[in-house]
Write a protein that binds this ligand. Structure first.
Ligand code: SOE
Length: 384
């Protein structure tokens, strides 16, 4: 149990206190990692430190980076800060866990990849969906050839938290989040997860991006991710320049074809990831709204379902589940297991590195750029 003891001796600092920063804090604590510091502008860091009982609060991230009480820096800010903060954290000798997408464009992500190589530190991008036990199980099944050759993959990532014209968040603004929104924010989760399962990257894309709300109402004041508008709020109208939804055709390096739908205006779909893999022997499908069950499709015999942590589920998630079958592991657990894998690597512990690297994050942004180009040119575009 050497690596577990080492995990416990590592100290984390979190930059950003919106929706996802506290999710990182909770997952780290469930692993037994001490969160020593938190940072956000003005008094937001201090308020979060008081709320979450974190000893050190900073208003300037550079002060968190010089703290000897921090070994691993978690970057959970709007995307436009990711590059600057990642490079500074590596320069300060820290390991980094950065939220996705890794940065605003491939110029930035290439700099992070180069800096990671030079710094000899662990750099992870938080593609947490990889750590649903069903996703890990699917990866193992594909690797072992249980589904046969992969013919095609179908699926979607649907949400409704930006359904109304009054729903607002920094992600809607290209200067905060980048030129792509739904595709970069949630589509890259799906594409990273499927590439991870198949062991094959995306080589080319044909994309159709669409914006349902051509203009939206921006509340005067900041609104947290997933927060609902308040009837008393005052609004300003602005033109929307990012995608509400998209359809993307994909070609993977192993010859498989893919078909992805993404939307943040899909009423009733709160956070729904669907992955269907069609192989030459059988099919397998999974949905994050029913995270504990894998389904298998057979041409001749009956279809089957397997519950997590039972023999029919396979052993792909061994060591990355803590609860017996029937005790649901879901979204928060994916963070815990991702961080367990990352912190074990930082501690020099054993086991395969399953988390997304800086290079994986760079690839996802390269796919986003190809999607943007394809939508503009109305044709297939190769990824870098
Ligand atoms: C908002 O769309 C969001 O918080 C994403 O940014 C996360 O990556 C996803 O896990 C949940 O939804």
């Amino acid at each position: 149990m050497k690596s577990i003891q080492s995990i416990h001796s590592l100290k984390a600092g979190v930059i950003g206190t919106g929706f996802i920063g506290p999710v990182h804090v909770e997952a780290l604590r469930r692993l037994g990692v001490t969160v020593t510091a938190i940072c956000d502008v003005a008094d937001l860091g201090a308020k979060a430190a008081a709320r979450l009982a974190i000893p050190h609060a900073f208003a300037d991230y550079r002060d968190l980076l010089t703290s000897p009480e921090v070994d691993v820096v978690h970057i959970t800010t709007p995307n436009r800060f990711h590059c600057e903060m990642s490079l500074a954290a590596l320069r300060a000798g820290k390991h980094v866990v950065c939220e996705k997408p890794l940065a605003m464009n491939t110029r930035e992500t290439a700099r992070i990849v180069a800096a990671t190589r030079a710094a000899k530190r662990v750099f992870a991008v938080n593609y947490n969906v990889r750590f649903y036990p069903a996703v890990l199980a699917l990866r193992r099944l594909v690797e072992h050839g249980d589904l046969g050759d992969i013919i095609h993959v179908n699926g979607s990532y649907m949400q409704d938290w930006l359904f109304k014209g009054t729903d607002y968040n920094w992600r809607l603004l290209p200067k905060e989040g980048g030129k792509l929104r739904a595709v970069a924010d949630i589509g890259t989760h799906w594409m990273d997860t499927v590439s991870f399962i198949l062991g094959a990257g995306i080589q080319s894309v044909l994309a159709d991006l669409a914006t349902w709300h051509k203009t939206r109402q921006r509340p005067l004041g900041e609104v947290q991710t997933f927060a609902k508008a308040d009837a008393k709020m005052k609004y300003a109208t602005y033109r929307v320049q990012t995608d509400d939804f998209a359809s993307v055709l994909l070609r993977f390096a192993n010859g498989a074809r893919g078909n992805l739908g993404v939307s943040q205006v899909a009423a009733g779909r709160k956070n729904c990831i669907r992955i269907e893999i069609y192989g030459s022997k059988k099919s397998a499908w999974w949905c994050s709204e029913e995270p504990e069950t894998l389904h298998f499709g057979n041409r001749d015999g009956a279809n089957e379902s397997a519950v997590r942590a039972t023999p029919a589920f396979g052993d792909g998630a061994a060591g990355l589940m803590d609860y017996p079958p029937g005790h649901v592991e879901g979204f928060p657990d994916t963070f815990k297991m991702n961080f367990r894998n990352i912190y074990t690597a930082i501690a020099g512990g054993p086991g395969e590195r399953l988390f997304a690297s800086a290079n994986d994050g760079h690839q996802e942004v390269a796919v986003c750029e190809a999607i943007l180009k394809s939508n503009q040119a109305r044709k297939w575009v190769s990824v870098l």
